[in-house]
Ligand binder design. Structure first.
Ligand code: GDP
Length: 589
């Protein structure tokens, strides 16, 4: 138990004597206060958190739940990813490092403006107006302490990193415009941050505007379990105006406070590890990469492996483009000397020799090959075996539905299912079609995407295929709950194996009164069968998947048609066919 100002950390239950000692009041006085609140307790009795919080509030203290022991958290899998990076380090050598912050929020709420405003507060730079190199990250100084900002705003960057198993940011600043309030991307950002277990500081932006309504926004945030601290919650909500550069210092101080409570640490003398922030190929300089050092100290001349790129660092410079020799934890640096362009989100490490680097890269290339062949997918089908093997403790879901009216009952039904041995967690629920962002979030958090009366966009399907994300579309709620219930109980039917019967190319599209739009095709491979399944591709994208409902050769209905023949094909409930599309016909066995 510890206290900080008039904030006081309280456990789930506390003995009256201890509580009195903690707030430096007499136990008798405390017992009286409890009585006036309708609680009869003796000095040796324990009261629960809620009761204790109410009573200490009467003494002017603000109760916050006591941080759960780190180890207990780790057991529960509640660990921010950077902690895993330093898991092997000697605890005694760990030192506080600057927090790394990223800014998320709805479009036009002021992410870019805020990044600019923060950047311009950097008085330590003493180079206002000077040219600073843009490397995707920068640092500012606040009260003699550094804060590192990742300055590619946007959920995609954040999630892509997570999907690759990395995590740049320790803290998320969530920008919410005071005149607009919580919007879909705000909710999405909250889901991302929560899934990554990264604390959130809210920047309540545009408070300069006449129609700003901070209280309304706070209300909305509270409904999303981000209860503002001035309302008795744990979320710092700082009013700012990025445009007028107001409140920026308060925001940065808030970030530092959160950083302190999150105990963001690293071992400067330990193994050098970090994350690739961005990288590109420069015609004259070769590969330029921005690396964020997360543990250890990177030095020029070090041999680095980043993803499947490697090399001896020829030059290191800071975010201002000044050459430096060394970079400790949380420092973003621009480096030259890598053999290939690594991907944003790749982890990097320093190794002993070029030989070791080459052998690691070789191994990784091999694994990549085998992974491409047998993609590691979190599907509903293999959930149960994962649970039994101890690889999964809970089922993460992302739910998209057509209207709020169907979303609410779905969530209620799903929550009922989650009461069993395997926890069920809804990371994000929103109305609208399934898009790329949903797939990225699913991939990063190993979640299954559930769509109710919605479609998956073509791009999203392609990405799901690539990332190995299971998208399940339903039209009836009980079908969905039934599937999930079966999966939780290990009773879901095993995966069907797809057997391809044949392929065809769409030559032209015509309208037949009886069938609607029909594709005039030539069978290029195998055969097509009526009643079988079909998938229609436009280039590499799947535009339709379903039943082949009608099949005609010249004027006759046929059951099947072979390679070399032309035919008319109709699809069930689908008419957006285009010449040049290709069709794959298959059955499930
Ligand atoms: P982003 O899409 O989240 O990066 O938002 P931008 O930073 O591009 O800002 C969107 C618009 O809001 C721009 O026209 C900004 O000038 C304006 N804006 C940003 N911050 C403020 C603010 O604090 N006050 C006012 N009045 N306008 C702001």
């Amino acid at each position: 138990m510890s206290s900080n100002g008039n904030r006081i950390e309280l456990p789930a239950s506390v003995v009256v004597r201890d509580l009195a000692q903690k707030i430096e009041k007499s136990p008798i006085d405390l017992i009286k206060k409890l009585m006036t609140n309708g609680v009869m307790a003796t000095i040796n009795q324990a009261v629960d958190y809620d009761t204790a919080a109410i009573v200490v509030a009467e003494y002017g203290f603000e109760a916050v739940p006591e941080a759960v022991e780190e180890e207990a958290q780790e057991e529960a899998g509640e660990v921010p990813m950077w902690r895993q990076l330093i898991a092997g380090e000697d605890k005694a050598q760990l030192k506080a490092r600057p927090p790394v912050v990223t800014i998320l929020g709805h479009v036009d709420h002021g992410k870019t403006s805020l990044l600019d405003a923060i950047r311009s507060t950097d008085v330590a730079a003493g180079e206002a107006g000077g040219i600073t190199q843009h490397i995707g990250a920068y640092q500012v100084e606040m009260k003699g302490r550094l804060i590192t900002f990742l300055d590619t705003p946007g959920h995609a960057a954040f999630t892509q990193m997570r999907a690759r198993g990395a995590q740049g940011a320790d803290i998320v600043i969530l920008v919410v415009a005071a005149d607009d309030g919580v919007m879909p991307q705000t909710r999405e950002a909250i889901a991302h941050a929560k899934a990554a277990r990264v604390p959130i500081v809210v920047a309540l932006n545009k408070v300069d505007k006449a129609n700003a309504n901070p209280d309304r926004v706070k209300q909305q945030l509270a409904e999303l379990e981000l209860v503002p601290d001035d309302w008795g919650g744990n979320t710092m909500v700082v009013p700012v105006s990025a445009k007028q550069k107001q409140g920026i210092d308060d925001l940065l101080e808030g970030v530092l406070l959160v950083a302190d409570s999150a105990e963001i640490k690293a071992n400067p003398g330990g193994k050098v590890i970090g994350t690739v922030i961005e990288a590109e190929l420069d015609k004259s300089k070769g590969v330029l990469a921005t690396l964020l050092v997360q543990n250890g100290t990177l030095e020029s001349g070090d041999i680095v492996v980043a993803g499947i790129a490697h090399g001896k660092l020829r030059a290191i410079s800071d975010y201002k483009g000044r050459p430096i020799k060394k970079a400790g934890p949380s420092t973003p640096v621009a480096v030259m000397g890598l053999s290939d362009v690594p991907s944003a989100g790749d982890l990097f490490e320093v190794v002993e020799s070029e030989k070791e680097a080459r052998s690691i890269v070789g191994e990784r290339q091999e694994t990549l090959k085998t992974q491409a062949q047998s993609r590691k997918k979190v599907s509903l089908e293999d959930l149960f075996s994962k649970v039994q093997a101890g690889e999964a403790k809970e089922l993460n879901l992302i739910v998209k539905a057509d209207v709020q009216g169907s979303l609410d009952p779905i969530i209620t039904e799903l929550n009922k299912l989650g009461a069993g041995d395997i926890g069920l967690k809804i990371l994000h629920a929103e109305t609208g079609n399934i898009g790329n962002n949903d797939v990225m979030l699913a991939s990063a958090s190993k979640a299954i995407l559930i769509g109710f009366n919605v479609q998956a966009d073509v791009d999203a399907r392609r990405m799901a295929e690539k990332e190995g994300v299971d998208i399940r579309l339903y039209e009836i709620i009980y079908r969905m709950t039934e599937d999930i219930e079966k999966a939780l109980k290990g009773m879901l039917e095993p995966d069907y194996v797809e057997k391809i019967l044949g392929k065809a190319t769409v030559l032209q599209v015509f309208t037949a009164s009886k069938f609607g739009r029909v594709a005039g095709c030539r069978v290029t491979d195998g055969e097509l069968k009526r009643g079988a399944k079909v998938r229609l591709y436009r280039s590499a994208d799947i535009v339709y998947e379903g039943d082949l409902s009608s099949l005609r050769h010249e004027k006759d209905d046929v059951k099947e048609i072979r390679q070399g023949y032309e035919c008319g094909v109709g699809f069930k409930n689908f008419s957006d066919i285009q010449p040049g599309d290709t069709l794959v016909c298959y059955v499930l066995e």
